[in-house]
Design a protein around this ligand. Sequence first.
Ligand code: GLA
Length: 368
Amino acid sequence: MNFQTIFNQKLPQVEALAPGRVNLLGEHTDYNDGFVLPTAIPQKTVVQIGLSDDGMYHFYSENLNEQVDIGEEYFRPGNMSGAGKMPTLQYEFASYIFGCIQVLKEVGYTISPLNLYVKSSVPIGSGLSSSAALEVATLRGIRQLFNLPINDVEIAQFAQQAEIQYAHVQCGIMDQMASSLADTKHMLFLDTRSLERRVLPLPEGASIVVIDSGVPRTLAGSGYNQRRAECEQAAQLLGVKALRDITDVNLVETLPEPLRRRARHVVTENNRVLEALQNVASLEQFGELMNASHASLRDDYEVSVPALDTLVDILQKTPGVFGARLTGAGFGGATVALVATGEEKNIAQKVLEQYSHAGYSGNILVGA
Ligand code: GLA
């Protein structure tokens, strides 16, 4: 299948792509106005777009072999708040694309009916932001097709709005910013409050290994929104706008449980990101911060699962691994490890073998 056969149209008018991301440090901090440190992964989502000539919007996913057709009447002002009529989109991938178009229409751009073909190598459900990659690729393609005057930060912001409004995940902005602005050779240090950012080379002598735990996760149903609500409650009780405003971890001690532990994770995680910036040169210290991040996500934030703990434990004990942790929202999905460059494949295979002895079945996503 390709664009031509699906849409019976000669060639797409534009093609755009965007990568998935893996977060090295700064987990569950972005919706607390905090700091994050992601990098792009080699896997990408590609969209090809042409104008549609039947007045309908057509979206096709090559990976799923599914097509969704939507009439113009579904894109209505007011739909952003859920007030208008929402189309019942049968397929999740289409709701992200619909959301992107709707968000652009809401701010006043004319987006005429189009044919949009998607193919992706970003794994779905592993915590590597396949949805952000789809949103950013879609918005880039549409920007190019209609010559829209929007920059890469605005692309990330529109993408985040699409996700919040249409995928109903109260996500922060890390994934969309990473997909829009990061590359695979650098880490993107981002202050999610000011959107100030710095691009830093990956720690010298180290490479990234990402292993999927084999335990799938679903963001919306996974307690993500609940964690976010707990953080907001904690911030309110502490009298600050967001937990980002707390830097002294002792201040969270007055909170009732589980808010105390949730807040402690966020405060210490923000401090770890800032500390990592000072220690990019020391692989050992950077690795230790990753290990501490995992312990905090497991014990204080409670977003790990036994499979992730087992995999991280094996990684951390393997020679050549500087540090390892779960990455993304948690509740399943993947781990990220910083390992000695040149050893990626060797280490990943050894780890997978031990992981399978423990009764699990993992999969190398980066570093194979
Ligand atoms: C998901 C969200 C992000 C971020 C991470 C956890 O990937 O989309 O905004 O909150 O979880 O760090």
